[in-house]
Design a protein around this ligand. Structure first.
Ligand code: SAH
Length: 348
């Protein structure tokens, strides 16, 4: 297995079967070697710097019914909220004061926000803070909408592909949702000129080593600017309530493999990783991640944006969140920087 890792380290590419073998044979020695290779690239391109993105969860209304997600349409237990435009802009203002130079507007697929509304929010943030990078994470829309947001000033877009295997996709989502449509959205976003974030859940129900190998192969070929991964974590009011959550070990190993596959990629240590282990995000950085995404949502709505059970950081104010993370990041020898945090090599 070590020689396979060596090959990946030289060529940044493996056959699907080879990725699968690595995943099937995960063990502490292999994880350690993968993290060594990964950290070498992380340091080469990003030094000991960790980028921050301020997450504003601006609506939990969603027209979709993804089986794993706590804010799915059919979850009647979920209390719904939607922030007003000036509240969203205030979150960005607060983030700016705290040193954030990029804000991520994330939400369920809430059609109450028309394209024009999204464009106005983007323009409002840009008018107040011309040097603030705006990232959207609002799911699948059509090409012209994506183009309109881009023209209004949006810089980046996060849309996890969730799984690169169409069959698994169909088991995680209701029939009205389409794997091909999601993949086409990612391609549209890239063509328009966004910095694009893809990503997948680790050990979602029924996922095999082969499926994860397909995710790695997809990332190797699509080369998104960012790849966000986190363990699947069950949510009590979803069809997957009784399913097992993903593990820390597999997530860390995959983080390292992703860094080796595409050394310059932006890779977050996600909140889900921090949820399954109290030092999950620190361990993620030591495995090769270089981004954290603290929450800037108003405290009053945090608990309502529950994608999975036991989500961390739902009680703190934004300032507390960033201070806590600064301490965590420095405890492992890294440093949070006040920077928009483009991918190395990205030019508009
Ligand atoms: N509606 C937007 C934002 C989705 S929420 C969109 O469609 O892109 C952001 C991410 O949370 C999802 O892409 C998914 O990968 C992750 N997520 C949702 N439910 C989860 C769960 N139960 N466990 C772990 N991650 C989950």
């Amino acid at each position: 297995m070590k020689s396979l890792l060596g090959k990946l380290n030289r060529e940044h590419s493996l056959e699907l079967e080879e990725y699968q073998l690595l995943i099937e044979n995960i063990n502490p020695d292999l994880m350690k070697l993968a993290a060594e290779y990964a950290v070498k690239y992380q340091k080469e391109y990003y030094g000991n710097k960790v980028f921050i993105r301020g997450l504003v969860e601006f609506t939990n209304y969603c027209k979709n019914d993804c089986f794993y997600c706590g804010i799915r349409r059919d979850n009647r237990e979920c209390e719904r909220y939607r922030l007003r435009m000036d509240d969203i802009i205030s979150c960005a203002d607060e983030g700016y004061k705290l040193g954030f130079r990029t804000v991520v507007l994330q939400g369920g697929e809430d059609l109450a926000f028309k394209d024009q509304d999204i464009c106005n929010i983007i323009k409002g943030i840009k008018a107040a803070h011309p040097d603030m990078v705006v990232t959207l994470s609002i799911g699948e829309r059509d090409h012209d909408s994506y183009q309109a947001y881009f023209d209004a000033g949006a810089d980046r877009y996060l849309l996890r592909h969730e799984t690169a295997n169409p069959e698994l996709y169909a088991r995680l989502h209701p029939g009205e949702m389409s794997f091909l449509h999601r993949m086409n959205c990612l391609q549209d976003l890239k063509n328009i000129g966004y910095q694009v974030g893809a990503g997948f859940m680790v050990q979602s129900p029924g996922q095999t080593a082969r499926d994860l190998a397909m995710d790695l192969k997809f990332i190797e070929e699509f080369k998104p600017d960012m790849c966000g991964i986190g363990p699947f974590i069950s949510h009590k009011d979803t069809p997957f309530a009784k399913e097992k959550s993903g593990t820390l070990e597999m997530t860390l190993f995959l983080l390292s493999l992703l860094r080796i596959i595409y050394p310059q990629m932006l890779i977050p240590a996600t909140t889900a990783l921090g949820t399954i282990d109290p030092r999950g995000r620190e361990k993620g950085i030591l495995a090769g991640a270089n981004v954290v995404m603290p929450n800037l949502s108003p405290t009053s709505v945090r608990k309502m944006y529950t994608l999975y059970d036991n989500k961390i950081c739902t009680g703190e104010e934004a300032a507390e969140c960033i201070n806590c993370l600064k301490g965590r990041v420095s405890s492992v020898g890294y440093e949070i920087v006040e920077d928009a945090g483009d991918r190395v090599g990205f030019y508009k």
